[in-house]
Design a protein around this ligand. Sequence first.
Ligand SMILES: Nc1ncnc2c1ncn2[C@@H]1O[C@H](COP(=O)(O)OP(=O)(O)O)[C@@H](O)[C@H]1O
Ligand SMILES: [Mg+2]
Length: 238
Amino acid sequence: MTRIELDRATVEVPTDTGGRVLLHPTTLTLTERRVAVIGPNGSGKSTLLRLLDALLEPTGGTVRVDGLDTRHQPAAIRRRVGFVFTDPAAQLIMPTLREDVQLSLRRTTPRRQRADRATEVLDALGLGPLADQSVFDLSAGERQLGALAVVLAVDPALLLLDEPSTLLDLPNTLLLRRTLDRLDQQVLISTHDLDLAAGCERVLVLDGGRVVVDDAGPAAVQAYRRRTAERLLPGGRG
Ligand SMILES: Nc1ncnc2c1ncn2[C@@H]1O[C@H](COP(=O)(O)OP(=O)(O)O)[C@@H](O)[C@H]1O
Ligand SMILES: [Mg+2]
């Protein structure tokens, strides 16, 4: 398993009014095969994920993936880590999914094997019939699965998924869940799909840029539901 270590990792951004902390100093080690990050909009989930792929540098503390410091070894980290963005447009740049997957494979796979590997990956996600269609004609959910295919193609040791099911209908949500279940890779996923989160070995609940709950799937999801309900109750806290 890939070892993810945050040591007082902090993200602060400058603002007109002096600065805003997106992630308060956070120290934790993640080695579980399935980790979910849940929490309200704006709680810092994407910030945390982006730190792990060196898309974002901590402004304080350190972030290490397999001992590699994201600040000093971003290229080595990105060879191990695949990041699936919420917005598939960030990942799909070619006219068709097949071309995008083949482009992605240029990083890892000899030319003569790319076509077969692309077909294999696309078929596994049920995207075979859509592989050669213009991406502009695909539904948002189909594009989101396509973005996953692009990243899975190169077989990263650690897969980071930032709210990958927001655009998916029920069949595709279940397909995504089954696909993730079957993956050998380590998966860290930010999601609002609490059923998916409950199935994870470990779940971090973020709130206001802090990890407020760190527990096994079902317990953490229950704690998140309770916190949210308390906040919404008339006369409740917060
Ligand atoms: N570069 C930035 N400057 C200022 N605020 C930011 C910046 N990036 C993100 N934020 C804010 O930080 C908070 C956390 O963002 P994010 O990690 O994207 O939350 P989540 O993914 O949980 O919805 C949000 O309120 C967001 O608006
Ligand atoms: Mg986000």
